[in-house]
Design a protein around this ligand. Sequence first.
Ligand code: CTP
Ligand code: MG
Length: 238
Amino acid sequence: MKYTAIILAAGKGTRMNSTVHKQFLELDGYPLLYYTLQAFEQSIVDDIILVTGEEETAYCRTEIVERYRFRKVKKIIHGGAERYLSVYQGLCAADDSDIVLIHDGARPFVTDAIIERTIQAAIQYGSGIAAMPAKDTVKIVDEEQFSVRTPARDRVWMMQTPQTFRYTQIRQAYEKVLECQSQNITDDAMVLELASHESVKIVEGSYYNMKVTTPEDLLIASAFVKKYKKIKKGIDRI
Ligand code: CTP
Ligand code: MG
């Protein structure tokens, strides 16, 4: 079985408000994307497809992939204007895979254990989505920002990545949804749900597996990176 990771790094990081796109911001001496690629390079995945913005392909190739010798990166391709369009480009480039892991480049602290849990679930159930229980109570609100509903907190999980699937299934689901897409697609699990009305299998991620999205996330990430490096050296564990 061939496992391919699609690493998404074609976003513009609007919510980060920085001139350098967030996936390239420096974190303890390395670009953020370095940590993400390193996590997959030394994992059980076979290949990595890196999806970047058109103007950033050359930088990614020389300054990240070649410089740090990421041998599993088999293709560097251009993404689309929205995340789901970047994913679709990645899927088209991964057509020799049995299992595909879709992962945000802006999520640098993914671990082997998380990667492996999503793969196992994808083999067994067709999908394995990393997620964690919500820490805050979540409210559904209307257009005027009045509360409509409060779901029971123990049933609310925050979706992370990797979101891992059997290749043919997720590719078909994407093709179906791309034809008649009517709403904003913010994760891959949603695509499977919309296309096949199937439930996805949620597996345990980690609160460390954060997505760097807004400026204060950088402060959290720079604290996390120290712990992450200790974990890698076997000095500490999550
Ligand atoms: N992404 C992508 N292609 C896009 C949009 C996003 O590959 N057209 C990637 C981002 O680079 C990121 C991941 O998808 O690693 C998650 O998206 P998000 O956190 O929303 O990043 P951005 O879209 O860059 O940020 P923002 O929404 O604030 O503009
Ligand atoms: Mg975005």
